[in-house]
Design a protein around this ligand. Structure first.
Ligand code: NAD
Length: 486
């Protein structure tokens, strides 16, 4: 099939490469000429496993890039829209870019039938608006249909998520439109692609073939928002449990193991840490909250999910304080800038938020991230006391403590003996629970993590309970300060 994808960002580019991989002819459009020039020149532009291979395999043959929406739409039978839907000031999704793209597409629709599929995450009812607006801008009613085809890929494993998804949702209100998208995804839903000779390897436990879910457009729009809200809730839930574990002397990893073994709960997304971030969960939660309100339902549960998430960052700062006492002038090594491991995406990254709080406390930061340094650099003014190292060990050199803020596999595999030699003091404050407490204690680190007791080497002569008492005292002090400030 001939496919156009409008918006060549994290979703559009991955979708384009994967749709080319399953045999379609894809043209990828973006209004950022620099991005298109870089893609044409052979750059990958985002960090994503398997993406360089797919772009290399299909560039100039099954996959082309352009800034001209006009030509691309004319030559395609399916047009995906994958532009951003950022939050507006009130929290609702800002659909102005989507509308302007619909305007442009409408002007290029002629008598040949086309499907316009919305991949961007949008509020319920958007598809109906897309159709209405396109007719308003001149698209002949009978020559196009609009479908909702939400995307569920996760950055960091976006390519395998696209090719081996848990489910593909087609939200369409006509059989003709559904049939077009069913044909488009057939290599994934029939399992043909997974069996092909050069297929990207199927990840362990990935369901193949992919399940196809056909629904109304409105249901599909809600499936996406409700799924993201539910996942964010799972993260906030386990973070709340982690806080209880810290006070009660329990170990949240053991609690996760016990909870996750229940098939009704499952182990995924029971990962305590410094909270969720990224370009999706924060904005999708506020957007879904606004959608619910528009529908006459006050979804206050979502307010609490967001509040717990914000608190989790502050709780981490308290932990740093309880480990180091005063913060001003302390040199801190920070591992991780991206919002999660496997990506260079720093949008709404909790790591960046924590660093900004630490800079505000007048700490000096030396940060390292395997992929996100270039993007992160632009987040800080030139005078900010932050520098970037090219390895984790370089970042750790002479630091008062090491902070882990992103769950990169590389960090979990560090040589702890070497790391310890680099640090001024062997103190690790782990916001992602990447290490075993026992191992850290054995290696002689004072180790703070999330939802677990501090691990203090016996040689220091500090008991666990005294360390805990100190942490509580700091938290109390800070709570008092906050009240005074308010
Ligand atoms: P992004 O910002 O990375 O990409 C959007 C792209 O659209 C950019 O390259 C931008 O230059 C381009 N663009 C903007 N206006 C344009 C126009 N008028 N014409 C052509 N191109 C234009 O965003 P993203 O992360 O890819 O997300 C896109 C949508 O997909 C959002 O609605 C998001 O919520 C949703 N989504 C994202 C993810 C994810 O993990 N990033 C996952 C699922 C769904």
């Amino acid at each position: 099939m001939r496919i156009a994808i409008v918006g060549s960002g994290y979703v559009g580019l991955v979708a384009a490469a994967c749709l080319a991989e399953i045999g379609h002819h894809v043209v990828c459009i973006d209004n950022d000429p620099q991005k298109i020039a870089a893609l044409k020149a052979g750059h990958t532009v985002i960090h994503e496993e398997f993406l360089p291979e797919l772009l290399e395999r299909h560039r100039d043959e099954h996959l082309t890039f352009t800034t001209s929406l006009k030509e691309a739409v004319r030559s395609s039978s399916v047009i995906f829209i994958a532009v951003g839907t950022p939050p507006s000031e009130s929290g609702e999704a800002d659909l102005s870019v989507l509308e302007s793209v619909c305007h442009e597409i409408a002007q290029e629709i002629d008598a040949e039938f086309k499907v316009v599929a919305v991949k961007s995450t949008v509020p319920v009812g958007t598809n109906a608006w897309v159709r209405r607006v396109m007719v308003r801008y001149g698209a002949p009613q009978a020559s196009f249909e609009v479908a909702s085809n939400p995307e569920f890929l996760r950055e960091g494993c976006a390519v395998t998520d696209f090719l081996y998804p848990d489910r593909i949702v087609i939200g369409s209100d006509t059989d003709r439109c559904t049939a077009v998208l069913q044909t488009l995804y057939d290599p994934l839903t029939s399992g043909k692609y997974a069996k092909s000779k050069h297929a990207i390897p199927v990840p362990d436990a990935a369901p193949t073939p992919a399940t196809l879910i056909v629904s109304s457009a409105r249901s599909a729009e809600l499936i996406k928002h409700a799924s993201n809200a539910y996942l964010a809730m799972k993260i906030s839930f386990i973070n709340a449990v982690a806080n209880i574990c810290e006070s009660a002397g329990a170990d949240v990893q053991e609690v996760c193991l016990g909870m996750g073994a229940d098939q009704r709960i499952g182990p995924k997304f029971l990962r305590p840490g410094i909270g969720y971030g990224g370009s999706c969960f924060p904005k999708d939660l506020t957007a879904f909250r606004a959608v619910a309100r528009d529908c006459g339902y006050e979804f206050t549960l979502l307010d609490e999910v967001m509040r717990i998430n914000e608190d989790q960052r502050r709780a981490f700062l308290r932990k740093v304080r309880s480990a180091l006492w005063t913060l001003k002038g302390k040199r801190l090594a920070v591992l991780g800038l991206a919002f999660k491991g496997g990506t260079d995406d720093i949008r709404e990254s909790p790591a960046i938020a924590v660093i900004q709080m630490l800079l505000h406390e007048k700490c000096e930061i030396v940060a390292y991230d395997p992929a996100a340094v270039d993007r992160a650099r632009q987040e800080f003014p030139p005078a900010a006391k932050i520098t970037f190292a090219s390895t984790a060990y370089d970042a750790a050199k002479d630091a008062d403590a090491l902070l882990v803020l992103t769950d990169w596999e590389e960090f979990a595999a560090l040589d702890l003996t070497r790391l310890k030699k680099q640090l001024k003091h062997p103190i690790v404050i782990d916001g992602r629970n990447l290490y075993s407490r026992r191992e850290m204690m054995h290696q002689g680190f004072t180790y703070f993590s999330v939802g677990r007791q501090e691990a203090v080497p016996a040689t220091l002569g500090v008991t666990r309970s005294s360390a805990r008492a100190q942490a509580h005292a700091v938290a109390k002090l800070e709570a008092n300060n906050t009240t005074e400030a308010a």
